[in-house]
Design a protein. Structure first.
Length: 149
């Protein structure tokens, strides 16, 4: 992990502490700089029972570690691209769950690999936030993402 990543984490944590969590975040950087780790850590800090740094001990942290937290939905390319069906699945998941009123987070890895349909679908979804939903988009090539995000 390169030196700038802890800074990013700090920035994110700060924004939570100030109750300024934006609706969507972009994590950029080359392969191997720890984007995924930082995004998961961010998801933890949003869901963890501890108020500042994620504790790593509570059931939220543990379920995130074992990849079965119901409030965290992760997608990555299915083959060469992220397809519109994957975005629809994501929307379904987020909408159903957010009716319960709790926080929802989704992580999209290689967000630049969304095909046009998928990107448009996500864009619409981002424009109409439902409850407390936070989007984390990971990319190695931020210039390839739709400029409106
Ligand atoms: Zn925790």
């Amino acid at each position: 992990m390169i030196a700038s990543q802890p800074k990013v984490t700090k920035l994110l944590v700060n924004s939570i502490q100030r109750h300024r969590v934006a609706h969507a975040y972009l994590f950029e950087g080359g392969n191997g700089v720890g984007k995924r780790e930082v995004s998961i850590r961010f998801a933890k800090s949003l869901l963890c029972e501890a108020t500042t740094e994620p504790c790593g001990e509570c059931h939220h942290c543990k379920r995130i570690d074992s990849r079965n937290h119901p409030s965290l939905y992760r997608i990555r390319p299915d083959g060469q691209s992220i397809k519109v069906d994957q975005i629809r699945e994501l929307q379904k998941h987020i909408q159903v769950k957010s009716m319960e009123g709790s926080k929802r987070i989704y992580i999209i890895e290689h967000a630049d690999k969304m095909n046009v349909q998928a990107a448009n679908s996500l864009l619409k979804f981002l424009e109409e936030p439902k409850g407390e939903v936070v989007a984390l988009l990971l990319t190695e090539r931020p210039n390839k993402i739709l400029p409106t995000i």
